[in-house]
Design a protein around this ligand. Sequence first.
Ligand code: ADP
Ligand code: MG
Length: 231
Amino acid sequence: MALVRAEGLHKDYQVGELAVPAIRGVDFVIEPGSFVCFVGPSGSGKTTLLNMIGCLDRPTAGHLSVLDTQVSDLDRRPAAAFRGEHIGFVFQDFNLIPVLTAYENVEYPLIMVQKWPAGERRARVRSLLAAAGIEEQADKRPDQLSGGQKQRVAVARALVTNPKLVLADEPTANLDHKTAYRIIDLMRRLRDEFGTSFVFSTHDPKIMGEAEVTFELEDGLLHQKEEEASP
Ligand code: ADP
Ligand code: MG
C-alpha cells in the first residue's frame, strides 16, 4: 500500500474572476517509511502540494489518497479528524505557542487532538523530548530557545501523536546551514526509529540532496530526480 498516491492532481486558486493554476497535473507515489523532499523555487507549488497532502486544502481536480483514504473527497470536519489521527506538521517559523514551555508545546496535541490519560501522556512527552535531544530545554519557553532548539521542539510535537506521516514545509528555511543539516538529520533518525514517513520541502538544492527520494517542482509540474529503494 502506498502512503500517498497522487494522480492527475491539479490546484487552481480562485483570485476574483481568475483561476490561477498552482499545481498543474502531477502524479507521484510516496512509500511508507520514506524520507522524501519536494524541492523548487519560491512559487513553484511546494506549500500548495503539502497542504493538499495534509488535508488542509483540496485539489481542484485529480485524485489524492493518503493511507488508502481518498482525501480529495473529505469535507472539512472529516479532514480535520483524519489529520489529527494520521499527520504531523512542522513549519518554517516553528509555530510554537509562546506562553507554553517546550514540554507543554509537545504535550499540546495529546490534550487537544488525542485524549491521552495523564500518566501515559507524561511518559510519551518525555520520550519525544529525549528522542529530539531537548530534554534539558523542557521547562524553557520558545523565546529562551535557539532556532534549532525550537525546531526540535516542533519535530517532537509533530511526532507525539505517533502519526504515519510528518509534513514539514521548508523546516530549515529560518536556520543556518549547520543547524539545517542537524534538523534534517534528526528527522531521518526519527524516521529510522519510529518508521514515520517524513515529507519535507525546501528551496535549497544542498538540503534536497539529504532526502532519499527527491521530487523537483517547477511551475506546478513535477520531475522525480532520483530514487533509492525505501529501507
Ligand atoms: P511555494 O510554496 O513553492 O513557494 P506556493 O504553493 O505557495 O509555492 O504557490 C504556488 C503558486 O500559487 C504561486 O504562483 C502562488 O502565487 C500561488 N498561490 C499560493 N497561494 C495562493 C492563494 N491563497 N491565492 C492565490 N494564489 C496563491
Ligand atoms: Mg511555500
